[in-house]
Design a binder for this molecule. Structure first.
Ligand code: B1M
Length: 215
């Protein structure tokens, strides 16, 4: 088995220590951090989702796999972020009400932070009023994540609540997560959608008209 395969298997099996060891080995062997993330960790979570869907594993196994993933992301973090110094704006990010999935949201938050944005992480299961409080406290962007088809509709509630509070002109709204599409974003009146964490950074930069370091 290659290191990437061993990493994938360790995460699927929920073996956090082994997964951390495999990420470390992969880095030592010169595998780029982005490859370890995409082809190791994210691929493993996809496999876990499939096993769950097929009834071969249950919620506890999904949970330990998620813990293994989180442990390895901590090791990769310094290699994934760009270390920008100047603040480019404030982003309030959260997983919407009713939804507890936070791995994707945490990756987006980490990449934004590494790219020079101030990030206010509202956590998971975030009700609309907490996003509104964050705008009142100065957030330039509201970033929402949802992983369930049953919770993605909460994004619309947040957009509506922001409009009702008279704050829509003060903020840009970006959404993402596995069931989300660009079409859904425009349907609910969000300003943007991104399919992954690095594209989320690009989209936020675009929405705030911030130059990327590459120009
Ligand atoms: Co759950 N779960 N889960 N789960 N879980 C899914 C999402 C599911 C697809 C599994 C499946 O059936 N195949 C399914 C949803 C089905 C659906 O709605 N259509 C599901 C289900 C059903 C459930 C429960 C209902 C199970 C139950 O209790 N019976 C339950 C719901 C709990 C709740 O939220 N109320 C549940 C619970 C859990 C755990 C708690 C056990 C655990 C989460 C732990 C945690 O997050 N701390 C869990 C996990 C791990 C998964 C899977 C296996 C993996 C999710 C993940 O972390 N992926 C998932 C299967 C899958 O996704 N294939 C599944 C890796 C992560 C990096 O990807 O989050 O997509 P993702 O983020 C990406 C992009 O989407 C994007 O960037 C990220 C990086 O590239 N992105 C954004 C995300 N947010 C963004 C925001 C942006 C921009 C981009 O801008 C703001």
């Amino acid at each position: 088995m290659t290191v990437l395969e061993e990493l994938r298997q360790a995460v699927v099996d929920g073996q956090a220590k082994l997964a951390v060891a495999k990420v470390t080995q992969g880095l030592e062997e010169g595998i780029p951090a982005e490859t370890l993330l995409q082809d190791g960790l994210i691929a493993a979570m996809r496999e876990v989702g499939q096993l769950f869907e097929d009834g071969e594993i249950f919620v506890p196994e999904m949970l330990v796999a998620a813990r293994a993933m989180n442990a390895t992301v901590a090791v990769l973090k310094p290699r994934l972020i760009e270390h920008a110094v100047q603040s480019s704006g404030t982003v309030a990010i959260g997983t919407v009400q009713g939804d507890l999935h936070d791995i994707g949201k945490n990756l987006v938050a980490m990449m934004l932070e590494g790219s020079g944005f101030e990030v206010v992480d509202l956590g998971t299961d975030v009700p609309p009023e907490r996003f509104i409080d964050a705008i009142r406290a100065g957030a330039d962007v509201v970033a929402m994540s949802a992983l369930l088809t049953t919770t993605m509709t909460s994004m619309k509630d947040v957009v509506e609540a922001i409009s009702l509070a008279g704050l829509r002109d003060r903020v840009r709204i970006i959404i993402g997560g596995a069931p989300i599409t660009a079409r859904y974003a425009s349907e609910i009146g969000a300003d943007g959608y991104a399919p992954d964490a690095s594209k989320a950074v690009r989209k936020v930069r675009e929405l705030l008209a911030v130059q990327s370091p590459a120009g």
